[in-house]
Design a binder for this molecule. Structure first.
Ligand code: NAD
Length: 292
């Protein structure tokens, strides 16, 4: 039997626990605050930003939504970041990715106070992840993957984990979390130039797909009884759907699911965990700010 890992239910539980923590913080006079900054008109980014603000409202986290026009200059954006860095109501700052092309995303990230970098993209937080320093912030999607493994009691110690994808948002932090002493997996990172990807993946007890290629991972990638986490969010045309498309992961769920011991569906797997972990990072930033 294959366990379908339910990200919606797990994220609900994470948020429920956060509600209690937020209430305690408020009673001590501290309301966690998150600023979400969107530059430009990208429709998908708009949806992401709105859902992050909505999640704050539902939890009682104070939020600021900054929607800046596409022509905003790098200096103007950095000025806003500096303003948010010193705003005591704000504990977390998030600049929605990707910004318009004329903005150097990495340079903007460098201007975020690392103590407010709830996305975990600042080099200080990247270093803290590698150093296994728990005071740092870890990117939300891989953090959500680890939470799913924990929630389902999936052992990682001594297991071979293969992470497909080497981005700074998912692949690399995921690999770091799995290899850290808390998880003790043996980790291989695969990418677009990896030789014999299916053969390598067939050695994985835990396979994480963070590629952005619809249904790349098929049955011939899977070791029997492997655990598969599908991070991919891909739009594929589908004339039978009112919107004209549907969302699929990087894993061909239909062929892979019968072979594994546990798998995340798309949608409803890793996706819902990302926002829950953003809320969790915001609460953590608030606690760190007040030494709690
Ligand atoms: P990215 O484009 O930055 O990185 C993709 C990685 O995949 C690269 O490292 C590349 O080397 C590798 N790759 C590309 N083609 C490959 C191939 N044929 N074989 C092996 N490796 C290959 O993407 P990302 O930001 O890491 O996102 C990956 C996927 O995860 C996307 O579908 C994205 O939408 C999704 N995502 C989901 C969430 C979530 O909340 N669930 C969050 C972030 C990203």
């Amino acid at each position: 039997m294959t366990t379908i890992i339910d990200g919606k239910e797990t994220s609900r539980r994470v948020l429920q626990n956060l509600r209690v923590e937020i209430e305690q913080l408020k009673q001590a006079g501290h309301t966690p605050g998150l600023a979400v900054v969107l530059v430009g008109e990208d429709p998908a980014s708009r949806v992401y930003v709105n859902s992050k603000v909505k999640a704050c409202e539902e939890l009682g986290i104070y939020s600021q939504k900054w929607t800046l026009p596409t022509e905003t200059t790098q200096d103007e954006l950095v000025q806003l970041i500096h303003q948010l860095n010193v705003d005591t109501r704000i504990h977390g700052i998030l600049v929605q990715s990707p910004p318009p092309e004329h903005i150097d995303e990495q340079a903007v990230i460098l201007n975020i106070d690392p103590r407010k970098d709830v996305d975990g993209f600042h080099p200080i937080n990247v270093a803290k992840l590698v150093l296994e320093d728990p005071s740092g912030f870890v990117p939300c999607t891989p953090l959500g993957c680890m939470e799913l493994l924990n929630a389902y009691g999936i052992p990682t110690q001594g297991k071979h984990a293969v992470v497909i994808g080497r981005s700074m948002i998912v692949g690399k932090p995921m690999a770091n979390l799995l290899v850290a002493r808390k998880a003790n997996a043996t980790v291989t990172i695969a990418h677009s130039r990896t030789a014999d990807l299916p053969g390598l993946c067939r050695t994985a007890d835990i396979l994480v797909a963070a590629v952005g290629r619809p249904c790349l991972v098929t049955a011939d990638f899977i070791k029997p009884r492997a655990v598969v986490l599908d991070v991919g969010i891909n739009r594929v045309e589908d004339a039978t759907r009112p919107r004209g498309y549907r969302i699929v992961g990087d894993v061909d769920f239909a062929s892979v699911q019968p072979l594994c011991s546990a798998i995340t569906p798309v949608p409803g797997g890793v996706g819902p965990m990302t926002i829950a972990m953003l809320m969790s990072n915001t609460v953590k930033a608030c606690k760190l700010a007040y030494g709690e």
